[in-house]
Design a protein around this ligand. Structure first.
Ligand SMILES: Nc1ncnc2c1ncn2[C@@H]1O[C@H](COP(=O)(O)OP(=O)(O)O)[C@@H](O)[C@H]1O
Ligand SMILES: [Mg+2]
Length: 495
């Protein structure tokens, strides 16, 4: 019923949009409703905590008051007792934990809303492993919790059709059974591991899966430190800018790579950095990826339109941005500005400006801009936002989430080079994707004169972007070597 109360609260507040203190009223309303919702989610447990985590990670779209209020849910997770885990293993496998493991640490090294992870040693081989077990109580509650979520959103929709969030419960109904099946998680992990074993410039390590059942998964133990553990990075002589660049490569590879698997829960807790002196030069570390419960495949056509959308954004070419926003997500003119902001994390008016030859998106965010975005969300855009979210293909939401993660990891790393380098890396992947499409469209051998012309045109376009990016990168390296901080990247272009 929190949903009903929240909607009432919004309805009252939105009536006063002409009032002088409307922005403050709206902020207070956001905060009030978010706190109420937080309380409801906390009292209801596992699946609701998961829902709250979804919401808190949507800071590319939701007002700050909502995301900030839900942050505590990220590490507020139930811990299941050792006894309950022991009983579950016996029930599911017919054997005792001690039959499999000579050591099993009773306290988990990590616990999240759906599972917890224990360190253990395999009895037969002596290998150190990480054992991920589902919270035993989930089996009983998952179905009921899901039904309740759908019911709440359906009720909300009946009373306030403009706040239609039923897609969120539909999304959970679709994804939760997948996340609760660890055999599937094992397959995803193995697939991603195979994929990245061929990718040289993305230093990904995925722990090998040794054994998986529906509620228990046993993996090779591979540990590291959170990517925002700057003290660790500094102590090991790991260059933050390189970490940021590596993360950008990993996630862009997942978005743009041919047949690449997309990890759909890419937050700081599912990534670790490990010092690896055997890798050459400045790239002296591995990026470890955990938690492979939810994977998606981006359809090829969407992937290609998305690449073109980004190239248009980087060119500040508005008509093309509109065209590809439509192709990627079915976004028409009415929602375009909002969508452009969601994709880039920038105010849309900045995107369409060219600054000294560089696209607006590569400049640093100003305080004013953040305010414009915040205010815009107040001006009746909330309904618009909910409508947009409901219409977009789900996979695009996940791409947005991945974008947002790379951005926030990047801010957490406090790199010398600012956001520009991540954009350059993204642009490289986008350009490669567009080039690959052109190659696929050439019928037969490129030795045919017409085909050769098509190929040459595509190659020149690709190389032109490569060259432009290459020279920016060199420029950035020179600046970094000279020890200059990139405080305002936009300025650097105007110099
Ligand atoms: N194979 C592993 N080796 C070492 N630590 C691991 C391994 N798998 C998971 N962990 C640790 O346990 C934490 C939780 O694991 P994760 O797979 O993300 O489960 P959850 O679904 O509970 O979030 C991770 O953040 C990581 O610190
Ligand atoms: Mg996790």
């Amino acid at each position: 019923m929190t949903a009903d109360r929240a909607a009432h609260s919004y309805r009252d507040t939105l009536k006063h949009d002409a009032a002088a203190d409307y922005p403050e009223q709206l902020k207070a309303c956001h905060l009030r409703c978010a706190k109420r919702t937080l309380h409801t989610l906390e009292t209801n447990g596992s699946i609701f905590i998961k829902l709250g985590q979804h919401l808190s990670s949507m800071n590319y779209l939701l007002p700050n008051e909502w995301c900030d209020t839900f942050i505590p849910l990220q590490d507020k997770c139930p811990v299941s007792s050792y006894e309950s885990i022991e009983a579950m293993v016996l029930r599911d496998t017919g054997r005792h934990l001690t039959d499999f493991f000579s050591e099993f640490e009773q306290l988990p090294i990590g616990a999240a809303s759906l599972a917890q992870v224990h360190r253990a040693t395999i009895r037969e081989t002596g290998q150190k492993v990480a054992v991920k077990v589902q919270h035993p109580a989930l089996d009983e509650w998952a179905k009921l919790d899901l039904a309740l979520t759908s019911f709440s959103f359906a009720t909300l929709k009946r009373w306030f059709p403009e706040y239609d969030l039923t897609w969120l419960s539909e999304e959970m109904e679709h994804s939760l059974p997948q996340e609760l099946d660890f055999e599937r998680e094992g397959e995803n992990a193995t697939r991603a591991r195979d994929y990245f074993s061929h990718i040289r410039d993305a230093p990904v390590t995925i722990p090998q899966v040794l054994w998986a059942k529906r509620r228990i998964i046993v993996m090779e133990y591979v540990s590291g430190h959170r990517p925002d553990d700057l003290a660790y990075l500094d102590a090991q002589g790991i260059d933050r800018d390189e970490v940021s660049a590596a993360l950008a490569r990993v996630f862009n590879e997942m978005i743009f790579g041919r047949n690449a698997p997309l990890h759909c829960d890419p937050h700081g807790g599912n990534i670790a950095i490990r010092h690896n002196p055997s890798r050459s030069g400045k790239k002296n570390f591995d990026v470890i990826l955990y938690d492979h419960g939810l994977y998606r495949d981006i359809p090829l056509a969407i992937r290609r339109s998305y690449a073109k959308l980004w190239l248009a954004v980087l060119d500040a070419d508005e008509p093309k941005m509109r065209q590809y926003a439509y192709e990627v997500a079915g976004v028409g003119d009415d929602h375009f500005a909002l969508f452009a902001s969601a994709i880039t994390g920038r105010d849309y008016t900045v995107l369409t400006k060219k600054q000294g030859g560089a696209a607006g998106v590569t400049s640093s965010r100003t305080k004013e801009e953040k305010k414009v975005i915040g205010d815009a969300l107040g001006e009746g855009l909330l309904e618009s936002l909910i409508e947009l979210l409901g219409k977009m293909p789900r996979v695009i939401l996940l791409v947005l989430k991945t974008n947002d993660l790379t951005r926030s990891l990047d801010e957490g790393l406090q790199t010398r080079q600012g956001p520009l380098r991540a954009f350059l890396i993204l642009a490289r992947y986008a350009s490669r994707t567009v080039y690959e499409e052109a190659l696929d469209n050439i019928p037969g051998s490129i030795l045919w004169p017409m085909n050769f012309i098509h190929w040459f045109a595509a190659w020149t376009r690709h190389m032109r972007i490569e060259l432009k990016l290459g020279s920016y990168e060199t420029y950035l390296k020179v600046r970094a070597t000279l020890g200059l901080r990139m405080v305002d990247v936009g300025d650097s272009f105007r110099e």
